[in-house]
Ligand binder design. Sequence first.
Ligand code: NAP
Ligand code: MG
Length: 504
Amino acid sequence: MSEKFQNFINGEWKYSDSGEFSENRNPANWKEDLIGLFPKSTVKDVKEAVQSAKKAFEKWRLVPAPKRGDVLKVVGDLMTERKNEIAFEMTREMGKVNAETKGDTQEGIDTAYYAASEGRRLFGMNAPSELNNKMNLSFRMPVGVAGIITPWNFPMAIPTWKIFPALVCGNTVVFKPAELTPKTANTLIHIIDTAMKEVLGKDYIPGVVNLVHGSGRVVGEAFLADKDINLISFTGSTEVGKRINEVGGRELKRVSLELGGKNAQIVMPDANMDLALDAVLWGAFGTTGQRCTATSRLILHKDIYDMFVTRLTEKTSKLRLGYGNNENVDVGPCVSEQQRETVEYYVNVGLNEDKAKLCCGGKRAEDGDLAKGWFFKPTIFIEVTPEMRIAKEEIFGPVLSVIKCRDLDDAIKILNNTEYGLSSSIFTNNVNDAFKAVRDIQAGITYINGATIGAEAHMPFGGVKATGNGHREGGWTVYDFYTEWKAVYIDYSGKLQRAQIDNY
Ligand code: NAP
Ligand code: MG
């Protein structure tokens, strides 16, 4: 009998009202490795969680911010202690290799310590008054109940990017993780609650964080409909993001969206080729290509195109596939059967509709134990042109489209020829080209001589165009999303002073 997991509502672990469960399985060993059963929650569960968060907000907002930060300090410590176990279980539930799930967990730890210290800053701003004997101040105030909806590809890092700053700012949280990665979410909430109890002691407040498992269709939609959720932070597909913006907009909810990407790496003829090769391998096939910042297009200068493609194909064909908790594995499976089908669909588009040339992969990997999981061979299409679908649409799998360019201007034009704008990269040793690329590439993130992936927790993270709606996560920037500004005027003149009237 496999373990049945629970929701966390109002400080208690409890089963959903539905009494139903969904299975969480290992994508590298689908039939044999059942991780656990997670609640299929209902609208009623969501309502209960939101009401508990609403009630808890009245107390949590009054806990001094440095003390709220202390909770996050303990969270970081507990995550550090449990890092190996968290990474092992994360690999088991979503497939990326253990070094990467350790990195995912470390990003959560970094975010916790950053948030802990932010509890002692949360700086407001002062400005001089235009009147005598008057003081002008402004403060950051919490917004209220935060609805957090996350995808499966960074099951720890992405929830922490949202939940930790939300909490430090004094908001309370209702969290719906992806149905494919519920176990990491359970561990995270367990850790947060343990830290709350340790730091707050007898002043513990139930309902500050709530976890509701279930599908986007039911639980996610219930977030949108609930009038007591004041803000929604969402990371996921552009399609769902648009729906959240539409419904949330109607209710005047504050909405932060981190959506899709079609990221590209440019390689110029003067670049360090070994470095550029290693970067594209890591960028395109790390996390089995299932990163929002994955390198999905490679834009090669015509003078190095043939050489680079030859060397890249050779290196790619040597990547070792397997269960990510085993030694010597470079690439794990796709996260689900459905995700592998999407990849296969796009390989067919590349071959039959776009008529690009396949130079490696293009098939399921089914040798030996690989047949037990959703493995797909790292795939490269060459002779891709900017108008092809495989050059424009997000695939979210181990598929790279290689495009030839004439010069830097052409490369940047090709790079910008997508509806998305998350990450980007250029390999060059020409300082003028590098600065021009920084100025002209339309993306939220640009790497010079680095892969498109590898964001750091204290830097702004997010994209332009269809990648989002202008907010940023990470670093100091996310604190703008989780707070409202309050302007305060203090008049100590002892008389009625009329701004813009008495002083002019
Ligand atoms: P998704 O289908 O949009 O799902 C994301 C989350 O939204 C899941 O928790 C999902 O629940 C939920 N959801 C689905 N429909 C919903 C609805 N109608 N209302 C409210 N919530 C709903 O995305 P995904 O397939 O999991 O993840 C891949 C996508 O995420 C890619 O497009 C990728 O680029 C993007 N992504 C972006 C970033 C970034 O920072 N820009 C980072 C990572 C991923 P379920 O559990 O039912 O699926
Ligand atoms: Mg989905």
